[in-house]
Design a protein around this ligand. Structure first.
Ligand code: HEC
Length: 423
């Protein structure tokens, strides 16, 4: 039984009794067509529709009614929609969490008997664009032949190396990934090997297309946006962009989650040449703790890391990276005057959701600030994605059974101004 299946079956067990607990005087007023369908259409069906990664479709009244107990449970526990940043800390432009009012409506609808309501009030079913969200890219890269994914077994992590064949440095403002098979593509992380050599060596060292990799590409590389269910592609902000060096290679890290049927995947990566002049590189900044010694049985192992900032920078987005035993992460900065500025709090980390949290208001950090990261791990037998029975001592590393504690902050350098011939 896979880890996901295990978690899911315990949820199904819990969900039965939940709707009985919800109470409200005006529950009868809440109907599917008027109140619930709009919430599901706006917040759920990008993933909950046929051909997508979620286990069931929620496009119709019958679907919603069939799963009402589970839906009420998942939304009240804030497990659905998947969004792991704590509320009220920062605003993120890609926030997909529900408002309390919407959660309340769902509870009341279930408590009131899941009434269908008047059909004429039904919102239209959204039109889905499963193609390039931001239009046809200038360059589309893929690997040679579809990768074969077996019906059953552990999740697979595979890195594919693609060559954009750049003979000079290029400004890119959109990197968009088109997943080849949404039934098994769980999430996709994209890196750039600016040297162009290390990734190729890794690839050549292993037979078949690509190489096995977990958590990262296996070496220090430049991280750019990837893809996950419900991901919304975006252009780089303002005059910032991704500067891809001549000869660089793109590394596509695929996380395949098997679905009981043999599947194949040919994912595509699209690059768009910057449409407007770009003068600033979007850099990766890292705040890491390398000294992990997570004793078996320890359900609350805490490490911290700090990264001094030696020039004025602006942080645009933040990402928490741990492996299966990751439980929580906090990323914040301390300004030179001692003020604390929160960047991201993930109170219930979930390895299966690799989210880049895009700050609605970019955060300036003056020279002399320090970025901090505090990571908590659960290496007890009860840890939701525990991989060892009994639990083992876990250290820093790249294997599925190793751990990492990495806070990534994507930023620009305020003083940087690269003038190019693109103007
Ligand atoms: C970004 C994609 C995405 C969005 C948006 C999303 N879900 Fe899900 N949902 C999933 C995936 C994937 C699963 C399978 C479990 C997992 O991987 O966490 C799931 C599982 C569930 C389950 C549990 C099913 C089971 O058998 O245990 C329920 C209930 C659910 N979602 C309801 C919702 C509702 C209601 C919304 C909107 C308010 C929503 N989801 C939004 C992706 C999504």
């Amino acid at each position: 039984m896979t880890i996901i299946a295990k978690v899911r079956s315990s949820l199904t067990f819990l969900a039965g009794g939940l709707w009985l607990m919800a109470t409200s005087a005006s529950a009868q007023d809440v109907t599917y067509s008027e109140h619930i369908a709009p919430i599901l259409m706006d917040n759920c069906v990008t993933c909950h529709r046929p051909g997508e990664v979620a286990p069931m479709s929620l496009l119709t009244y019958e679907d919603a009614r069939q799963y009402m107990g589970l839906i009420a449970l998942e939304v009240s526990e804030k497990r659905m929609p998947p969004w792991h940043a704590a509320p009220g800390v920062r605003q993120y432009s890609n926030d997909r969490s529900l408002a309390d009012k919407e959660i309340d409506l769902i509870q009341r609808w279930v408590a009131g008997g899941a009434l269908p309501g008047d059909d004429s009030l039904l919102p239209p079913v959204p039109v889905f664009n499963d193609g390039w969200q931001l239009g046809e890219p200038d360059i589309v890269l893929t690997w040679d032949s579809p990768y074969q994914i077996s019906a059953t077994g552990d999740d697979e992590y595979r890195c594919f190396v693609l060559d954009p064949k750049f003979e000079e440095d290029q400004w890119i403002d959109v990197i968009e990934v088109l997943p080849g098979n949404r039934l098994v593509d769980h999430h996709i992380v994209i890196y750039v090997d600016q040297s162009g050599r290390i990734a190729t060596r890794r690839d050549e060292a292993e037979p078949g297309e690509g190489y096995t990799c977990f958590g990262g590409p296996g070496f220090a590389a430049y991280m750019v946006p990837g893809w996950g269910p419900g991901y919304v592609a975006a252009e780089t902000p303002g005059d910032s962009g991704y500067l891809l060096r001549a000869g660089s290679k793109i590394v596509v890290q695929m996380h395949y989650h098997k679905n009981g049927k043999a599947e194949e995947d040919l994912t595509r990566v699209g690059l768009r040449f910057a449409k407007s002049p770009k003068h600033k590189v979007l850099y990766n900044g890292y705040v890491i703790s390398l000294s992990l010694q997570i004793e078996p049985g320890d359900a609350n192992y805490v490490v911290t890391g700090r990264m001094p900032i030696s020039e004025d920078i602006t942080v645009h987005s933040v990402l928490a990276h741990m492996h299966y035993l990751g439980k929580a992460m906090d990323i914040w900065a301390e300004l030179p005057d001692g003020t604390r500025v929160d960047l991201l709090k993930v109170p219930r980390f979930d390895f299966f959701w690799q989210t880049q949290y895009a700050l609605t208001e970019p955060q300036q950090l003056p020279e002399g600030s320090v970025v901090f990261m505090q990571a908590t791990f659960d290496n007890s037998a009860e840890s939701p994605y525990q991989h060892s029975n009994p639990p083992q001592l876990v250290r820093f590393g790249e294997q599925t059974t190793d751990e990492m504690a990495v806070g990534v902050f994507f930023h620009t350098r305020d003083a940087e101004y690269i003038s190019g011939d693109s103007e």
